[in-house]
Design a protein around this ligand. Sequence first.
Ligand SMILES: Cc1cc2nc3c(=O)[nH]c(=O)nc-3n(C[C@H](O)[C@H](O)[C@H](O)COP(=O)(O)OP(=O)(O)OC[C@H]3O[C@@H](n4cnc5c(N)ncnc54)[C@H](O)[C@@H]3O)c2cc1C
Length: 229
Amino acid sequence: MIATLLEYRDLSSTIRHFTFEVPERLDFQPGQFASLNAMVGGKEITRAYSLAAASKGDNRFEICLNLVEDGVFSPHLFALKVGENVLLKGIYGAFLWRQPPMDTILVATGTGIVPFRAMLQDHYCRGSEKRDITLIYGTRHAENLLWAEEFRALEANHAGFRFVPTVTRPDQDWKGEAGRVQPILLGLLGDRKDVQVYACGLKEMVDSVRALCKERGLERRQIIFEKYD
Ligand SMILES: Cc1cc2nc3c(=O)[nH]c(=O)nc-3n(C[C@H](O)[C@H](O)[C@H](O)COP(=O)(O)OP(=O)(O)OC[C@H]3O[C@@H](n4cnc5c(N)ncnc54)[C@H](O)[C@@H]3O)c2cc1C
């Protein structure tokens, strides 16, 4: 299906939020991804992008991505002008809220935050399901923490939600956590076994979070993950 770029917004010098429109209504679940396809340099290329916002029941979808300098598809998307097209091959993925609801720790690094934004929008808009959620979100620099104001607002408005941003290269003004997401996760887990851990980002972080959770005695079904590479 043809997907036309409707608008975009730069969230930092290397991260862009895109809104696309398709000819028909799109239904998807928060946590799923769009499979996009285009001819780049004479080759057909397909890449996955998590949906950055919960479905509004219309014909639009949002994605948000990092410009990978020596990449193939991300530079193509960054060069796309409003009104130009890519192909949406489909919406897929099983990175979804798991039942029964349990207290939940979300762990994201970099653009791994994208599906969590959609999942949190959906969760707090439904409002019916009871689970306490802590979001641990790590980036290198504070300026690359996406939607931090949205997550802080969620924390202010929902007693069961906690936002724990952390940066590995803090500047003088940074007042939050510093360092990687893993020690924060371990501190929150303690010896709790009654939690679900969701992790999203590049393979290195996701694999390390899975290993730590297994060492702490969580079962496989309690560790839900999405790897970007
Ligand atoms: C299910 C799924 C969902 C994804 N959702 C997103 C998303 O919401 N936002 C997003 O930015 N990317 C996302 N990705 C990654 C995306 O599909 C591409 O791999 C990425 O845009 C790089 O493609 P490329 O053709 O430009 O680079 P390639 O030429 O394919 O180069 C790949 C290199 O880029 C690195 N890379 C891949 N993804 C990233 C990233 N996000 N940040 C930094 N380096 C990266 C890889 O480690 C590898 O070294 C997702 C991947 C999967 C499998």
